[in-house]
Every structure is written in C-alpha cells, then in structure tokens.
Design a protein around this ligand. Sequence first.
Ligand code: MG
Length: 221
Amino acid sequence: MRNIKIPGLRNTYSINTVFCIGRNYAEHAQELGNEIPELPVVFTKPINAVTFDGGEVLIPRDLTEDVHHEVEMVIAIGKFGFQIPVEHAHEYVAGYGVGIDVTARDVQSALKSQRHPWTLAKGMDTFAPIGNFVSPEQVEDPHNLNISLSVNGEKRQNGRTGDMIFKVPALVSYISRYASIYPGDLIFTGTPAGVSELKHGDEVEADLGGFSSLSVIVRDR
Ligand code: MG
C-alpha cells in the first residue's frame, strides 16, 4: 500500500481519495463539444495516478495515441465531513495547489461512446501529478487566481479560477452529500480551455496563483 503525503502543508496528510470535477469551465466544455452541466460532474482517480513535482508522466503507447494535459486547481481536504452545508465548506479546506488531470483522450472518447465509465482513461499510473500546496490563510481568494500550463516553454492553458462554474464551497458540499470526505482527500476542480496533446520528451510546467508550481517530463513507457 502506498502512503504518500500532500506536499507543502504543515500538517501531514496521507493522500486518500482523489476526486475530480469535469466540465467546470464553460470554454473547456465547449472545446470538447460537451454541454455545460447543471450539477457538478464528479469522478475519481486511483491513487496509483498520483505523482509529484520533478517527476515523470508516463504514456503507455500500446494503449493511447492522444494524451492531453488539463491544468487544474486542486483542493486538499483537512477534516472529516458528511453532508456539509455550503456555508461551512471552507472549514474543511486544508490547502490549495496545482495539479494536472492527465487524460488519454482517445481512450476516454471510446469509453464514452460505449457509455462506460472513463476511469481507465484518467487513472493510468502518473496521470495525476500535483505540485506543492499552501494553506487557505495564504490564499486571499481561491476564485481570483491565474492558472496556467506551458509545454516546452509555450503557454497552452491560461485561465482564471473565477471562471469555474461550480466554486470551491459548492464542490465540497456537493461531493459530501454522496461521499464522506476525509483528511487527505484531494479535489481536482476542472480545467480551463486550451487542453492539447503531450508527447515523449515534453517538459510541462504548471502554475497556480504564483504560489504553487509543478514541473514534469513526459515519457513513453
Ligand atoms: Mg479534468
């Protein structure tokens, strides 16, 4: 069993469930031809997907020819909760950091067309790299942050967290209606527009608000 910690936070949290939100920025939903959702689209990634700053994103070329980056603000959860009211949701947040929801788009499209869950397209080893986290006291407003990603020095994604359709309190509250949340849970909050393909040898840099950064190299495996 892996027992891996959320980097950057003063308290030690072993990473638990990795929740993710899909289609949480209107422009990104549109670029993939999806409707804007009326409720948050929630899925999870298995823990084998988590990797860290300075690591590698591994692409299994026997399975996919089209892997995309999705830069996202990630929420770290600091305490247990169930059915959390929106107005109390902020009390459960232990930190914010940047992450990349790496996605095998061709695998996801095939699974979607068969009306199957897209877990395997999002859950391959190293498909959830995360940067350092900072505590909420150090973040003036999580909905007023720049979020960006570049590949080999070329900016591919550049968004504002204020453009999220469902904001942090709504996401924490909504997930906790269905699933108890625990210290060490992460919530990837969705990606702005500009997703594109990753190739062997690419150097990927992501940044959230100038306080959380992430650098990974892409390798075929
Ligand atoms: Mg995503």
